[in-house]
Write a protein that binds this ligand. Structure first.
Ligand code: 16G
Length: 200
């Protein structure tokens, strides 16, 4: 189904739909050697995540590839219009070297079927270093059991070191502690996760 040029959004008209949120070579050039990485059987990697699948940075066009629906398999997302998505995307894009949202697309269906976020938080401490936060890891229920969660976790963890974070952390439910422990994450002595919620 094609839309008339005049009906398309500005980003569509300017060809920005497929512009990646971050430089793809940052992802492509990561090195699995020498890291605390998982073993894969069958073998998959960021360059070859499975038959018909590609791993890449998020782009605006993913709004139409089910990205929002995918996130709603993790938690509450609510209705997000194209304009709201574009505005949030632009603000993330404007924070250079901060948002590394990485997705897996099934090229056959044209749908985004897994995603994870690395946020690089700039700091003054540790000699103007940065802290990495791994967020919003989700794999479409139809694609679970294909090692994609493991792959995304490995990729974002390696990426966090590569982009200069002195540490990387994540939050998860009790039942997922054994899963995340595989990647070298552990509860720190004398450090607690505390939270104040303003809405569900
Ligand atoms: C999980 C996610 C976190 C996400 C939260 C949403 C991982 C490792 N953790 O804890 O990133 O923001 O769920 O839950 O993906 P909430 O809507 O209850 O805050």
């Amino acid at each position: 189904m094609y839309r008339k040029f005049s009906e398309m959004s500005d980003t569509h008209q300017n060809g920005l739909e497929e512009k990646p949120l971050y430089e793809p070579s940052v992802l492509h050039d990561i090195d699995f050697n020498g890291c605390h990485c998982s073993t894969y059987n069958p073998e998959i990697s960021h360059m070859s995540p499975g038959e018909g699948l590609v791993m890449r940075p998020l782009c605006r066009g993913d709004y139409d590839r089910g990205y929002i629906q995918l996130l709603s398999q993790l938690t509450t997302v609510g209705e997000i219009s194209r304009e709201e998505f574009d505005a949030r995307y632009s603000s993330m894009e404007g924070c250079l070297d901060s948002y590394y949202i990485t997705v897996v697309e099934d090229k056959e269906t044209g749908q985004v079927i897994a995603s994870g976020t690395l946020v690089k938080e700039q700091k003054f401490i540790h000699k103007c270093s940065a802290r990495g936060r791994i967020e919003d890891i989700v794999v479409d229920s139809k694609y679970r059991g294909r090692q994609l969660g493991k792959l995304i976790l490995d990729v974002l963890t390696i990426l966090s070191k590569k982009v200069g974070c002195y540490k990387v952390s994540l939050e998860c439910m009790d039942k997922l502690v054994p899963f995340y422990s595989q990647f070298g994450y552990k509860k720190e002595d004398k450090q607690n996760y505390m939270c104040r919620r303003y809405s569900d």
